[in-house]
Write a protein of this length. Sequence first.
Length: 583
Amino acid sequence: MEKILDIISAKVSQAFAQAGYDAAYGRVTVSNRPDLCEFQCNGALAAAKAFHCAPMQIAQAVAEKLSPEDFELAEAVKPGFLNLRLCGSFLQHYLQAMATTPDYGVEKLGQGKTVVVDYGGPNVAKPLHIGHLRSAIIGESMKRIYRFFGYHAIGDIHLGDWGLQMGLIVAGLREQQPELCYFDHDYVGPYPEEAPFTLAELEQIYPAASARKNVDPAFAEAAHQATYELQNGRPGYRAIWRHIMRVSLADIRKIYDNLDVHFESWLGESDADPFIPDMIARLKAQGSAVESEGALVFPVAQEGDKKEMPPCILIKSDGAVLYDTTELATMVQRMQDFSPDKILYLADKRQSLHFEQVFRAARKSGIVPETVDMEFLGFGTMNGADGKPFKTRDGGVMRLEQLIADIMDFVRKKVVENQIVPPEQVEQTAKQIAMAALKYGDLSNQPTKDYIFDLDRFAAFEGNTGPYILYTVVRIKSILAKYGAWQNLSIQAPESQSEKELMLAITKLAGNLETALRTSSPNVICSYIYELAGCVNKFYHETRILGEENKDRQAGYIALIALAKDILETCISLLGFSAPERM
Ligand code: ARG
């Protein structure tokens, strides 16, 4: 379906042409004076310059050409604006078409296209912390938005599983238990099925080893050596690596499942490893990879650079590969496996230099051709009340698991105190509200901005919050349940201002979803549903819906709020949460 602004613009453009002016001046926007009109066109002001006549004269001539069947108001106002209000019947037909067309008639802009969304990005063997939360929440939402538009969207978790942290664990374990067969050069296998550590032990080995490398150069050297040997296939180290992966991944999966965040591809940096030798050979042959101080680098600086642009480092002087290397090799792999039209990367915005470097390298080397779009969506930090990165009460890094548990406790208490649902539904309802609080709290901010995590505010049932949206959906659901069979009723023309405002808000769905898609901004969907929910609640307060005696009129009300509910539920599913039946 055409977007409402496009339809209205076409009508106004035609009127410009009929009045003898260029149709290009007919672009209509949503009014910035909703007290005066719903839409406006400022084209007469520009046309006046080109046609050397008074803008008012043009605006008046155009207004006269507009049909009263479309516009209840088409008025020229000084100095030459065109103020517009739509007829109720126009809205009625537009909404009826939305209600009866799949996905509300939103155009499938991604049909036949594939996008890889690289998000999550946890580092194996390190506990997930809140830094990974935004990646998971925003990435999942972007993936769902792509899917809604018809893209084949592949969520790829891109595990951090090949770097120094793996070598640190090997070196740490070796010190604790040097007698293990993994460290014995003469041992020819098979290696034990059982890991030599539990998850809890693993989570101690890593931070201890990581702290130690900063103060103990010999240990740091051993960890680098272990990383190199692991990457080069030492069997005992690969066996330890597999243990680490299995133990850690089980936990990682659990946490993402709990967040309702799901990946189609569970590949990691290590999976790019087999692609590295060929890639390096190609880059050397091209002349794009060169030796520099014992390392192999890919210079990416170019003329006109305003800041320093260091080269990508492909192979360090000690032989190990780095983040840049696995990043580029992963591109090789993705081009081969998915031939995507686009790759969207999510990571902390402090990684923007890394992505600028590898994007340049990918283009220069032809690893990713110009026809494939690459975008880095760098997100800001989630801060505590003090404006600094969110910490635990004792100042430590907040583990994601802990954060989710804290939010659940907070919401569960509220659900129990307010006696919202029977005891057996408490857990499920609390979960839905908690997810709405957490995800909406995050997504309602522009991804690139930092924000302050404020559970009291995020979990409130009033204000610009996820639970408020859920509350609105639940309110409509309860009216629909009392009404009875509410499907397939017809939308009617509005009779009151609040009804018309609700209808106008509904028409803006497609435009807002497209903006969210094009600008990678789920926050646009949040603002949209906040406005829509506000219109629903205003309409509800000003209208006797269940008490309405005229049955036809009542059916129209029901059709309208049912459409609003469906749209709200569709939008929250794009944000990654869902509404309970009762609240
Ligand atoms: N593992 C990385 C981190 O914890 C994020 C990975 C982002 N994705 C990528 N392709 N580099 O910061």
